[in-house]
Design a protein around this ligand. Structure first.
Ligand code: F6R
Length: 360
């Protein structure tokens, strides 16, 4: 069942190249470099999109927000479902809600969906489990095609959600005419290479994760820092580490560090940073220098050609633009996995957690 892997989590992390391919099967015309998502075309283009989800699915939604806004020009608001359902949100005519849920059974997300339906707002469900409650109650469902996720910690589901969100952003951009042709072509070309790049890199990523986990598993706390589209990944890296290794971790927007949290930094409080080659690289670099000036140790995911002077630069091959997230995500997952395994934790069944949270 585990296909020779020690844990389902590891197997599912390694399935991600296939997940990316499966998510795009039948949804991309590779020749014309166009996305085909008839599920979306059946609905009008939203005037405003509300993404509602929990946990890892919420992080995927935060990541997707930037792409949808930048590529299609649709304003997007992303919200934790347990907050959305109790705050009497303003929903206007032409608004749409996108609920993201691997299991399709998360109680708070389902409640958010029902609020939108009661108000006459169209609901798009992005789900992995076919026939789940969220899939059944949504006006339109888009399946993530990740295959069954057994490990309690969600890994490949987030990768599949990010893949579909990328396609959704492209599909809406076609209708709003907001995206330059060369960006669309670059995005689709980048998507076509992604699975191969990741497949090649995963074994090396795992051994890097293994050696870093040995060095850092005794830490009692960790910061995960990122900016822009790496911020939701930082949140996800911290969530994974807490969840399966029980090491306290905080995900933070690195520009916020100086507004308080940097006070915590000392030689025993390491930072795991995302310093990829994007327009915020130099900002992240100077945020990390501030951490190092307080004697904090730094691991940083970076791309070739970086000029960081951190303790452990972890070089990832470069993908096109925002697609670099698909390489950073498994590095974060593997680091947590290796830390938890090294500490002898029950990786697939972490304490106090259930795979689907059907109560609020
Ligand atoms: C973290 C994790 C949870 C889920 C959350 C939402 O690894 O698994 O944070 O992401 O409970 O679950 P779904 O996506 O099933 O609604």
């Amino acid at each position: 069942q585990k296909g020779g892997y020690k844990h389902f989590m590891l197997k599912e992390i390694f399935e991600q190249p296939r997940v990316i391919t499966d998510c795009m099967t039948g949804r991309v015309d590779w020749q014309r470099k166009e996305v085909l998502l008839p599920e979306l075309d059946a609905l009008p283009v939203p005037k405003r999109l509300h993404i509602v989800a929990c946990g890892t699915s919420y992080h995927a939604g935060m990541w997707g927000q930037t792409l949808i806004e930048n590529w299609s020009g649709i304003p997007v608001n992303v919200e934790i479902a347990s907050e959305f359902r109790y705050r009497d949100p303003i929903l206007q005519e032409g608004d749409m809600i996108l609920v993201i849920s691997q299991s399709g059974e998360t109680a708070d997300t389902l409640a958010g969906l029902r609020i939108a339906k009661d108000r006459g707002i169209n609901v798009i469900g992005l789900c992995n489990v076919v026939g789940s409650s969220i899939a059944r109650e949504s006006d339109t469902v888009i399946y993530t095609q990740a295959g069954p996720e057994i490990s309690v910690a969600s890994t490949k589901a987030m990768c599949s959600q990010m893949t579909v969100l990328t396609l959704m952003a492209l599909a809406w951009a076609r209708r709003t005419n907001a995206l330059a042709d060369d960006t669309r072509v670059n995005a689709i070309t980048g998507l076509s290479k992604l699975a191969g790049q990741l497949e090649m890199e995963l074994p090396r990523m795992r051994s890097e994760a293994q050696s870093l986990a040995r060095l850092y598993s005794t830490a009692r706390s960790f910061f995960f820092l990122g900016r822009g589209q790496c911020y939701p990944l930082a949140l996800e890296g911290a969530l994974k580490l807490k969840e399966i290794s029980y090491i306290h971790a905080e995900g933070y927007a690195s520009g916020e560090m100086k507004h308080g949290p940097i006070a915590l930094i000392d030689p025993d409080f390491p930072t795991f940073a995302l310093a990829l080659n994007d327009h915020l690289y130099s900002k992240v670099k100077s945020n990390l220098e501030e951490v190092q000036a307080r004697s904090g140790k730094v691991i940083a995911l970076a791309n070739p050609g970086h000029d960081l002077k951190v303790d452990h630069p972890w070089i990832l091959p470069e993908a096109w633009g925002p697609l670099n997230a698909f390489l950073a995500l498994p590095a974060l997952q593997l680091f947590s996995y290796e830390a938890a395994d090294y500490l002898g934790k029950d990786v697939d069944q972490p304490r106090n957690l259930a795979k689907s949270v059907t109560v609020e």
